[in-house]
Design a protein around this ligand. Structure first.
Ligand code: 48N
Length: 328
C-alpha cells in the first residue's frame, strides 16, 4: 500500500486554512502569496536534473583548500604592503569612499581595513533595528549610481527609502569587492598609525599598523603580539563614532598631540548634522582624511540618527579629497 500523501496546511482566507497534498500546492492560489511575474527555475536545478542520488563532488585533498586560501591571502598582504590609499573602516562611509575611489582611479591600490568579520558597520539596519534605510535627497543620486532600488515618498518627502538597509550595504560591498584594485582585510584592526616628522615639527601619516582584531583585543592578556604594517601616502579614516574601536584615528591623533582635544559628538539634529559631516569631510592632518561619523568626534558635530545620506556623500567627498592629493 503506498504511503499516505504528505498533507500541507495552506492559508485560504483570514484564519481559514485547508490541508492539501503537496501535488496540489502549486495549483492553489495562496492568500499569502506575493504577486510575481513568471517564476523561472534556477539553472542549477536544470543542470542537476534531480540526479541527487548519484551526486558527487569532484575529489579534493584538504591541503589544496588550505593552499588556495593561504596563498591568496599572503600574496595580497605582500601586494598591499605598499598601498596608494588605505581606508580604515568598512561602514557606509568607508564603503562609499572605496566605491567612488576605485571607480575613478582603477590604477590606485586601495586597501580597506575592517575590524569586524562582517564589514558594513552600522548600516545593516535603519534605526532602532528597523529594516528600512532612509537617505535624504540628493543622496538618492548615489543609490542610482549603485543601482540600489528605493521608494520615493513623494516630492515633498525630501527623502527616499531603501526597503532594507542590508540591500544598500550588500550592494555597495559587492561592487567594492569586485574592483580588481581593492582588497578588503576584514577581521583586521588598525591599532596605530605610521607617522613621519614634518619640517614644521608636526607629523604626516604614512600608513597604518594592523593586527588581526582578535589579537588586538587580547594585548592585555598575552605577552607582546607585535603588529603588521601597511605603508601608504594617504589614509581615509571612517571608523565611526562608537563601537569597540570607534573614532580610532582621531583619538590616536589627540594622544599623539597631532590635533587638540576632540570636539565630541553633539546631540541629534538631522538637518545640522548631515550637512556638517558632508561639508566637513577633509584632510585633518597631512596624510589623513576623516569622514563619516568619526568626523563628528573631531568637529563636535551633531549626530543625525537613522538617516544615512551623509554617510554616502561624505564617502564621495572623502574620495574627492583623496583624488586631489593624487592629482597634485
Ligand atoms: O558605520 P560605522 O560605525 O561608521 P560610518 O561613519 O561609516 O557610519 C556611521 C553610521 O552608521 C551612523 O552612525 C548612523 C548614521 N548613525 C548616526 C547616529 O546619530 O547615531 O562604521 C565604522 C567601521 C565599523 O565597521 C568598525 O568595525 C570599523 O569602522 N572600525 C575599524 N576598523 C579597523 N580598525 C579600526 N581601528 C576600526 N575602528 C572602527
Amino acid at each position: 500500500m503506498s504511503p499516505a500523501p504528505m498533507m500541507y496546511e495552506l492559508a485560504t482566507n483570514g484564519s481559514k486554512t485547508t490541508t492539501i497534498p503537496a501535488a496540489k500546492m502549486a495549483t492553489m492560489p495562496h492568500t499569502t502569496s506575493i504577486p510575481v511575474t513568471a517564476p523561472t527555475k534556477p539553472e542549477v536545478i536544470e543542470d542537476m536534473a534531480g540526479n541527487w542520488a548519484d551526486f558527487k563532488f569532484a575529489p579534493i585533498r584538504e591541503s589544496q583548500v588550505s593552499r588556495a586560501m593561504t596563498r591568496r591571502y599572503f600574496a595580497d598582504l605582500d601586494k598591499y604592503a605598499e598601498s596608494d590609499i588605505v581606508i580604515i573602516g568598512a561602514g557606509s562611509c568607508g564603503l562609499s569612499t572605496a566605491y567612488t575611489l576605485a571607480k575613478a582611479r582603477p590604477d590606485l591600490k586601495i586597501a580597506i581595513i575592517e575590524a569586524g568579520v562582517a564589514p558594513g558597520g552600522g548600516a545593516w539596519l535603519g534605526g532602532q533595528l528597523f529594516s528600512a534605510m532612509i537617505m535624504r535627497k540628493p543622496a538618492d543620486a548615489f543609490l542610482r549610481e549603485l543601482g540600489v532600488p528605493y521608494e520615493d515618498d513623494g516630492v515633498d518627502a525630501n527623502y527616499v527609502v531603501v526597503k532594507h538597509a542590508a540591500l544598500f550595504t550588500s550592494t555597495v560591498l559587492s561592487k567594492v569587492l569586485q574592483f580588481p584594485n581593492v582588497k578588503l582585510f576584514n577581521a583586521t584592526a588598525v591599532e596605530d598609525l605610521i607617522t613621519r616628522k614634518t619640517e614644521d615639527g608636526g607629523i604626516r601619516i604614512a600608513g597604518v599598523v594592523t593586527n588581526w582584531t582578535l589579537v588586538s583585543m587580547h594585548h592585555d592578556d598575552q605577552s607582546c603580539m607585535d603588529p603588521n604594517t601597511i605603508n601608504a601616502p594617504l589614509i581615509v579614516s571612517t571608523t565611526g563614532h562608537d563601537g569597540p574601536f570607534g573614532a580610532f584615528s582621531v583619538k590616536r591623533l589627540v594622544s599623539m598631540n597631532a590635533i587638540p582635544a576632540l570636539g565630541g559628538m553633539r546631540g541629534l539634529d538631522m538637518n545640522t548634522a548631515e550637512d556638517a559631516i558632508v561639508k566637513g569631510t577633509r584632510e585633518i592632518t597631512p596624510g589623513l582624511i576623516v569622514g563619516g561619523m568619526e568626523l563628528s568626534e573631531v568637529d563636535g558635530a551633531n549626530r543625525m540618527g537613522p538617516t544615512f545620506g551623509a554617510m554616502a556623500l561624505s564617502g564621495v567627498k572623502a574620495a574627492e579629497e583623496a583624488l586631489k592629493v593624487f592629482e597634485q
